[in-house]
Design a protein around this ligand. Structure first.
Ligand code: GCW
Length: 682
């Protein structure tokens, strides 16, 4: 850990194609920089560092716009003069323009933003083009982000541990304090900004007693140091707060949101935070969920709780990100309660009651970041309430950064899902992009997969998830293929065999992971607590509400309106009918919505039991195939990353075998139905 950390996709390796490098040098040897601010300075530094490293030159810096040819990087106030009105107006608040302009007396490459942030994003885009080897002589690019909030959530604790972290310890905290040296944090801010992230919450949503101190005078000066680092990269800082803070650190007898003393306490706390961090983003809140305190304790509802905090933040322009991951513990004997229903049942009735600086943060699925889940029916269901999507970049249920699982294809399915909230075309990405209803705030948050491991993410290829998350939050229309290929080129260079192998492995990996774990959307067959490895009945009789109901005849949860928990009724038509009917329910979600016999025939033509056997045998073979493909890259990528990924793939193989054998044996014993192909089941 004393060694330098991995640069991830910001490697800026020397461009070997001399003709191309020469062409770039023409544009980049003179740099005209108009304007200065912390963000513009970061942008300029990044640009100069990237150019020097890739092209082996130090650009001359000038403020004279007449030098030609040159690269002109201009702040909003000055950029205005460089382009016609139409081009200028195409840019939104955080947008940028990259354009090769041939003018009288010479040519220049214009890099303009509507804000300092926009300029920074433009710099990263330009550097990306060069790393990927794109020509620059006829650029005409205007980009605007598809989401207003592009946020990273950390589940880091002050003692340095990270809840659901699989990449070492926190990069923010050591032993109850905020890290003294922040170089690592600065590199992190660069990585995030390079993909367009503009907000970050830096502590776990499960806020312990120690972490409550983050909003007090004892820690705020240190929190402010972190905020300074992020600010220079256009990233606003948020903190997770504990709803009972007035009691825990304020000495009040209650945390009732309607109590005037409580309200005053939060107002004063907030004022103090803003004295230290003038552009503080706001609070992230997990309330009345999994033992976290909340307004329900005082007979108040979520809107009353959130609005109380919103009132304290409003004068300063802050937001409340209120999580909808709320459900009641359950008795497995109780067949009528359904955890999948919970978020909708709790929040839908409150539509219209939340203040306009509250955003509800909704997990992609109704349960909890499983390998496969339907999309939460809450998206689009609250037209008068700001909504944002929460994804889990950290691979809690998807291989824990031991197994390869590139999540962008899963996220794409979520974003492209049509909720039909306002008729056809009301996709999740349109809802959280604010295009279906005029939300004041909306966007996407992802739970970080980063720790202090030298490679940031445990599994080096898991860097692609962090990268992909940011890219999708910026532009949800990018395809998984584009993102995968871009990431591989930035991280491993352009050797065609390398690009093709890693790209394909990434793109296949989520479905491979799905194939050897819990089948057909049922989820949860993981070891309780840490959630890695198979345990079919691990959660079957517990209070978490995560059941599969397998017996000797069949498996699955009946969530239909007709005979089940009624969950399908939370969707808009025609999704409601599609999931309700056994005929139209997609195979991959069958057991999420229906209880069926093992002999039930899927659309694929296989029976459920045979599907379980086939996918589990196949999953292991696919991992073996990953290993074969990877070994053909020996010598084509650096030894360190080669060996590292190889050892991860071997770990994955052991895991896949364990899953295969446990799942197949379990269902063979339950059903008594042998594998048609006579393979070995234990
Ligand atoms: O997925 C579950 C995790 C918890 C987490 C919780 C949440 C932060 O197992 O570790 O707590 O979700 O999202 O609040």
């Amino acid at each position: 850990k004393g060694r330098e950390s991995d640069p991830c996709w910001l490697r800026y390796e020397r461009i070997e194609d001399e003709a191309l490098a020469d062409q770039y040098r023409q544009w980049c040897k003179k740099l005209v920089v108009c304007g200065s601010s912390p963000i513009l300075d970061s942008a300029r530094e990044e640009l100069v560092a990237g150019i020097s490293s890739m092209l082996g030159i130090s650009p001359t810096l000038s403020r004279d716009p007449q030098v030609s040819p040159s690269l002109v990087m201009a702040a909003p106030s000055e950029g205005r003069n460089w382009v016609d009105r139409r081009s200028w107006e195409e840019m939104g608040e955080e947008g940028y323009l990259l354009k090769t302009a041939h003018r009288e007396g010479g040519a220049s490459l214009l890099l303009l933003g509507k804000s300092d942030r926009g300029v920074l994003y433009g710099v990263f885009h330009l550097l990306r083009l060069m790393q990927i080897g794109r020509p620059l002589h006829s650029l005409e690019i205007v980009e605007n982000p598809g989401n207003r909030l592009r946020m990273i959530n950390h589940w880091d604790n002050l003692d340095g541990s990270v809840e659901r972290g699989y990449a070492g310890k926190s990069i923010f905290y050591h032993g109850g304090r905020i890290a003294r040296r922040l170089d690592r944090v600065r590199d992190y801010a660069r990585l995030l900004a390079s993909t367009g992230i503009n907000a970050i919450s830096i502590n776990n949503v499960n806020v312990g007693r120690e972490e409550c101190r983050l909003i007090t005078g004892s820690l705020l000066p240190d929190v402010a140091r972190l905020a300074d680092v992020f600010r220079a990269y256009g990233i606003r800082m948020f903190l997770s707060v504990n709803f009972a803070s007035p009691m825990w650190i304020g000495g009040l007898p209650t945390a009732d949101p309607l109590d005037p003393e409580v309200r005053r306490w939060w107002r004063e706390r907030t004022e103090e935070i803003y004295r230290h961090i003038p552009d503080f983003g706001g609070f992230v809140v997990k309330a009345d969920s999994e033992h976290q305190p909340g307004p329900l304790t005082y007979g108040r509802d979520h809107a009353e709780g959130a609005n109380m905090l919103a009132e304290a933040l409003r004068p300063h322009g802050g937001l409340v990100v209120w999580r909808c991951f709320v459900y009641n513990f359950q008795d497995w004997r109780d067949r009528s309660t359904d955890r999948a229903r919970a978020a909708y049942d709790h929040f839908k009735p409150l539509d219209g009651r939340f203040a306009d600086n509250v955003v509800l943060q909704i997990k992609n699925g109704p349960m909890d970041f499983q390998v496969r889940e339907p999309v939460s029916p809450l998206f689009g269901a609250m037209e008068r309430t700001n909504q944002m999507l929460e994804l889990q970049i950290t691979q809690e249920y998807t291989g824990q950064q031991k197994d390869l699982c590139f999540l962008v294809p899963q996220w794409k399915e979520v974003l492209d899902f049509d909720t039909h909230a306002e008729g056809k075309g009301s996709t999740v990405k349109a809802v959280v992009g604010g295009q279906v209803f005029p939300f004041r705030y909306s966007g996407i948050a992802g739970v970080s997969n980063v720790g202090d491991d030298r490679n940031w993410t445990g599994h080096t290829l898991a860097q692609a998830n962090l990268y992909g998350f940011g890219r999708l939050a910026w532009n949800p229309d990018l395809s998984a293929e584009e993102i995968a290929e871009e990431w591989v080129r930035l991280s491993f260079g352009h050797d065609p065999r390398v690009v093709q192998t890693i790209r394909d492995m990434l793109l296949e990996s989520w479905r491979v992971y799905e194939s050897y774990t819990a089948p057909l959307g049922i989820g949860w067959m993981v070891k309780p607590g840490h959630h890695y490895g198979p345990d079919v009945d691990g959660y079957e009789y517990s209070y978490w509400g995560t059941y599969h109901y397998a017996d000797h005849r069949g498996i699955g949860v009946d969530r239909t309106v007709k005979t089940g928990t009624g969950f399908t009724g939370q969707y808009f038509s025609p999704n409601r009918e599609r999931y309700e009917s056994l005929e139209t329910c997609p195979d991959e979600l069958l057991l999420f919505f229906h209880h069926v016999p093992y002999t039930h025939r899927l659309k694929s033509g296989e029976t459920v039991i045979q599907h379980i056997y086939n996918t589990h045998f196949e999953g292991v073979e696919r991992v073996e195939d990953f290993i074969r493909r990877w070994t053909r890259l020996k010598g084509k990528i650096d030894e360190e990353r080669y060996e590292h990924v190889l050892s991860k793939l071997q770990e994955q193989l052991a895991n896949a075998r364990e899953w295969r054998d446990v799942i197949n044996a379990y269902f063979f014993r339950k059903s008594g139905i042998p594998d048609e192909k006579g393979r070995k089941i234990y």
